[in-house]
Every structure is written in C-alpha cells, then in structure tokens.
Design a protein around this ligand. Structure first.
Ligand code: TYM
Length: 323
C-alpha cells in the first residue's frame, strides 16, 4: 500500500497542463485499489501571488470543482484545502530551521518567479519548505507532478533526510512520479503552459471564450493551400495529446495534403475539447453552481487530513524537543 499525495495551487482555474500533467495521473493512481491518497488545493501557496480574497476564494472553488469533475472519488481520497490544516505551517517552520539558506537560493522556480513577478515576497522564497511540509506531514510515499516540480521534491527529500540524520528516522522520504508524455505541456505560445505566462488553455471556459484562447495558439503563417509540417507544429502537438489515433492520422493527412488551414485545425481542436471533455465541463459547472457541496466535501477531508497531520506533527515535536 502506497500513499499518493499531490496538490494544485489555486492561482486560477487549473489549465490543460495541470490537468494532463498532474490531475489525471494523480486521480488514476488514487483510484487504484493498492493506494491511499491525499489530494489537496494549495491555497496557502497561492497567497504568494493572489492578494485579493474574493479571487482566491473563487479559484479555490474552481480548483476543487476541477478535481471533482475529473473523477476524484472523495469517498476514497482525503480531499482537502491546505489552509484547513494549518499544522502544515508549524512543520514548515521546523523544516526551515533544518535546511540551509544557501540551498534555497538555488531553487529554479524562485529564480523564474523573481524575474517575472513584481511582488517578490519572502513567502515565494520559502515556498519549497511549505511544499516539503505538505508532503512530509502526511507520510506520503509517491508524489505525482509535472516536470517543473521535480526540484521541489528533491528539496523535500533532502530536508527530510537532514532531519532524519539528526534525529533518527522520523519522516518518510517520498518519491516523485512523472509521466514522460505529459510532464511538460506547452501553451499557446509554444512555451511551457503556465498561468503566469498567459498562454493557457482553460477547458472549462464558455465556448466563445475557449474559441478565443484556441485561436491564440501560435502557428507559422503558411497559406491555406500549402502542405504543412505537423511534426513541428505547436497546434498539432496539442491536438495529439487529446485525440485518438484515428483523429491524429486524419489531421496528419490534412496537414500534408494542403487545402487545410490553421483556422480549420483550430476549429477541430475546439470541437475535440468540447466533445472529449463534455462530461467534465458539465460536472465542473454543476459544482460551481453548488458551492455548498464543495464546502462540505472539503470539510470532511480536512477532518481526516488533520488526524494524520497531528500524528506526524507530534512525532516531529518530540524529536525537536517540544514534548
Ligand atoms: P502548480 O499549481 O503550479 O501546478 C500543479 C501541477 O501541475 C503541473 N504542471 C504541469 N504539468 C505539465 N505541463 C505543464 N505545463 C504544467 N504546469 C503545471 C505541476 O508540475 C504540478 O504537478 N508547488 C506546486 C503545488 C504544490 C504541491 C505540493 C504539489 C504545493 N504543495 C505538494 C505536490 C505536492 C505547484 O505550484 O503546482
């Protein structure tokens, strides 16, 4: 029996990269009978960026609705909001005190964010310690994530190892789990899909807005009649992630034979998302219209999560000398 754990920040509605890179693989693992799972909404991490409480609350609901729309089974999974189990901040403090400052300065994600964001706060800098606490507080064995989180998992392993070396075995050292084909999904501009880069596809958008996002996918400017190179086309690569083999073959042929423009391909992409995710879109809308259901599901999850959190935290407190 392995314990799976992963989180999604509530900095916006989860995009296609979050869904393919983390949400679908995590739910698949969570539904496996051999596993136990903790899936959560990382709203405390989100306040490093989101300072408007209404926006934060909306994003938290929409992240929850996305997990539920993709089939998270809350009767089997401990599904909770990070801020409902504030014990995580206590563990995060201990971890901060066991990890060298110099090592934190090497975190890529902080460097990227410090270069692109205006609000470079101390929370952004110590972000990996809160993430390590998220994982270690629940004795997680396996953490399914996209490629951009691998360094954070390495930091988690490192700080847990340091703590254990000084205090004897206390914390479980987790493993990351990535999926080669979906660990790095590109956005509409061909760079890694990311909320902060404004290049996302949000599959839950209303049709006209979704169409607008899809029409923003960058392509070359070959005319309608020209034969096109699907191998190096960002639009085709995105389509391929969602389409079945037959649909992929048809699009390849269309590209090669010409008479098929990028406008056609974008239209096919829109229809593919609308049909492939019709059930998820409906479920998402259902939950966003029934927020009290989300509240009650998360409340129940927080109670379960707290129990595990208290057990692990007591183990750590004892080792630190606070018993
Ligand atoms: P976040 O919210 O940025 O992303 C959530 C998950 O989605 C993956 N992801 C992607 N995968 C493939 N292609 C992409 N373009 C792409 N963009 C994002 C991320 O790798 C991640 O798995 N720090 C985390 C949230 C977190 C967490 C945790 C995760 C907080 N505590 C504990 C695991 C365990 C984050 O910012 O993810």
């Amino acid at each position: 029996m392995s314990r799976i754990l992963t989180g999604i920040q509530s900095t916006g509605t989860p995009h296609l990269g979050n869904i393919l890179g983390a949400i679908i693989p995590a739910i698949k693992m969570a539904n496996g009978s051999q596993n136990e799972s903790y899936l959560f909404i990382a709203d405390m991490h989100s306040i490093t960026q989101i300072k408007d409480p209404k926006e934060l609350k909306f994003n938290t609901y929409s992240t929850a609705a996305c997990w539920l729309a993709f089939g998270l089974d809350y009767s089997k999974t401990v599904f909770y909001r990070q801020s409902d189990v504030p014990q995580v901040t206590e563990l995060s403090w201990y971890l901060n005190c066991y990890f060298p400052y110099q090592r934190l300065t090497l975190a890529h994600s902080f460097k990227d964010k410090a270069d692109s964001l205006e609000d470079v706060n101390a929370g952004l800098f110590t972000y990996p310690m809160l993430m390590a606490a998220d994982i270690l507080l629940y004795d997680a064995d396996i953490v399914p994530v996209g490629k951009d989180q691998l360094q954070h998992i390495e930091i988690t392993r490192n700080v847990a190892g340091r703590f254990n070396n000084l205090n004897g075995n206390t914390l479980i050292i987790p493993e990351s789990k990535i999926n080669e084909s979906t660990m790095l999904i590109n956005g509409t501009d061909g760079n890694k899909m990311s909320k902060s880069k404004n290049n996302v596809i949000n599959i839950f958008l209303e049709e006209t807005l979704l169409k607008k996002q899809i029409s923003g996918i960058k392509t070359d400017s070959l005319p309608l009649e020209a034969s096109k190179d699907w191998k190096n086309c960002n639009l085709f690569n995105m389509y391929k992630l969602l389409a079945d083999e037959n649909q992929i073959e048809i699009m390849k042929k269309n590209y090669e034979q010409g008479g098929y423009g990028y406008g056609h391909a974008k239209n096919d992409m829109l229809n593919l998302i609308l049909t492939r995710y019709s059930v998820e879109r409906e479920k998402y809308t259902y939950y966003m219209n029934n927020l009290d259901e989300i509240d009650s599901i998360l409340k129940n999850g927080a109670e379960l999560a707290s129990k595990t959190a208290n057990t692990v935290l007591n183990r750590v407190r004892l080792k630190v000398g606070f018993n």
